[in-house]
Design a protein around this ligand. Structure first.
Ligand code: SAH
Ligand code: SF4
Ligand code: F3S
Length: 486
């Protein structure tokens, strides 16, 4: 159950739409974090209004967009190998007298700009994350003259300028949706490219977020995950002209009929404010599962990372969160082999994992990123040591994760039924802890939250049986009538 908190860190495709025969064909591939998944969907939505139909592969596409990630070297390099494959498809298209426009978007686009075209001349357009609302225009320009680069940080709000998805497109994407509320980061952890690729922290206004959540709910979405690179630093303008916190925003979203579950990710420990901790106590629809990256258990390393919190701060925070919501489970991110990390520092990280008992966590080998302070720090850790530490850390994380999952056996969970399962007659849903749960249930119950007793725990998912045949109401009836009117 590694990828429970997000489609991280590899690839998530945005999925194909039903094509009109005359539609131009679009393929979007997302790398990296949930924000890229969300952005890919918004790009596809904007281009749908220009007559593009999204498809699930690059073959025969008129436009291919790679929405890239720059977080680690491996992530960035993946883009170039994909461009190598696309070069062949593009040449084949040209032999048939067709054009294939290739665009590179996302954080590699922002970080490398024109360099991408120098290295991969097959690319027609490079577009940074703050310019997606100009995409139709940029594509038209790239079609006339290949080699267009737009990595500016314009003043206008791209979210307001990007047209929303149609209800039908939203419905096809399912009952759980991402909603970006905040973008960018002012924290400048010394290892991280995000403040450079996504820019300064910007919060969307409350009314725009509420309107988007209402649209999602109207299209049958039951669970909304609020996303931002530093989501709990949210401080958007409220309808009263004041700055609203994430907790206050969630309390407002909780009033929207149809929305049954809220989550938010990713948070920084420094921004876990009192009212946000209280929200975990007071807001039942806020799911009891929190991704709270700590990166290291050593104060020395945390200071060198510029995390601006100590190990003790983090542990105290976990205690307060668990006091507010005893059922809360936590996940985290770790970096091993940060410059100067000693064996003793690493042991502090292992000890922290033992102490907190995470339900899951992502761990990464430190990857030097050009332009970040840590890349030029002395005492870079040798690759063999990183490999060793990563394996040791992952073993401890896996043990805790397996214990957490085993402890679910026999428990009854609310499960949001999301999609057909692997076997006929089976549906897959998510527990409050984001675990996939397989259960025998008819397809017309997708979108319902049902009581499921966990009867088996597999390596990647849980299995369970419906506790009661009763249908959810009145939300279910609402979903039904909405679907009928669709
Ligand atoms: N906004 C997110 C950052 C996304 S990056 C957040 O603050 O959580 C997700 C994770 O990638 C980070 O938490 C960190 O653990 C890891 N990461 C970031 N930069 C890295 C680097 N240079 N090398 C290795 N891992 C890195
Ligand atoms: Fe990167 Fe740190 Fe900001 Fe997270 S908080 S995005 S790790 S700089
Ligand atoms: Fe990657 Fe950019 Fe997200 S670097 S993790 S796609 S913010």
């Amino acid at each position: 159950m590694q990828d429970r908190t997000r489609p991280h860190p590899e690839i998530a495709e945005t999925g194909g739409a039903a094509a009109r025969p005359d539609a131009r064909k679009l393929y979007v591939k997302s790398y990296g974090c949930q924000m890229n998944v969300y952005d890919s969907q918004r790009m596809a939505d904007a281009l749908a209004r220009e007559g593009f139909a999204e498809q699930s592969g690059p073959e025969g596409a008129d436009v291919v967009i790679l929405n890239t990630c720059h977080i680690r070297e491996k992530a960035a390099e993946k883009v170039y190998s994909e461009l190598g494959r696309l070069r062949k498809l593009k040449s084949a298209a040209e032999r048939e007298g067709r054009r294939m426009i290739i665009a590179v978007a996302g954080c590699v686009a922002q970080a490398e700009g024109e360099e991408i075209i120098r290295r991969a001349p097959v690319v027609d357009l490079v577009v940074g994350p703050q310019s997606y609302h100009r995409l139709p225009d940029l594509l038209a320009r790239a079609e006339r003259t290949p080699g267009v680069v737009d990595t500016s940080f314009p003043v206008e709000d791209k979210f307001d300028a990007l047209p929303p998805a149609s209800d039908a497109a939203t419905r096809r994407r399912g009952v759980s949706a991402f909603l970006t509320v905040q973008e960018g980061c002012d924290k400048f952890c010394t290892f991280c490219v995000v403040p450079y690729t996504r820019g300064a922290e910007v919060s969307r206004p409350v009314t725009a977020i509420v309107a988007e959540a209402q649209r999602l709910a109207r299209a049958g979405v039951r669970e909304i995950t609020l996303i931002g690179q530093n989501v709990n630093a949210y401080h958007g303008e409220g309808p009263d002209g004041r700055s609203w916190s994430l907790a206050r925003l969630m309390a407002r979203l909780a009033e929207i009929p149809g929305v049954a579950r809220l989550r938010y990710t990713t948070s920084h420990p420094r921004d876990m404010s009192d009212d946000l901790i209280a929200a975990h106590r007071d807001l039942p629809m806020l799911m009891p599962y929190l991704h709270l990256p700590v990166q290291s258990g050593s104060d020395r390393v945390l200071a060198a990372m510029n995390r601006r919190h100590t190990r003790a701060d983090y542990l105290r925070l976990v205690e307060r969160l668990r006091a507010a919501r005893p059922a809360l489970a936590l996940s985290s991110d770790f970096i091993v082999g940060f410059p100067g990390e000693s064996d003793a520092d690493f042991r502090d990280t292992l000890a922290l994992v033992e102490e907190v008992g995470f339900a899951g966590a992502f761990s990464f080998k430190y990857s030097p990123r050009p332009g970040t302070p840590a890349a030029t720090m002395e005492a870079q850790v040798p690759e063999e040591v990183k490999i060793e530490r990563l394996a040791a850390l992952q073993a401890v994380i896996d043990r805790h994760q397996a214990a957490f999952n085993r402890a679910c056996l026999g428990r009854v969970f609310d499960v949001l039924l999301e999609k057909p399962g692997r076997h006929p007659g089976q549906l897959t849903g998510r527990s409050p802890y984001l675990q996939p749960v397989n259960v025998d249930a008819p397809a017309d119950r997708i979108g319902e939250i049902v009581s499921v007793r966990i009867t088996d725990v597999g390596p990647n998912s849980l299995f369970g049986a419906l506790e009661s045949p009763r249908r959810e109401s009145p939300l279910y009836e609402r979903a039904e009538s909405l679907a009928a009117g669709a």
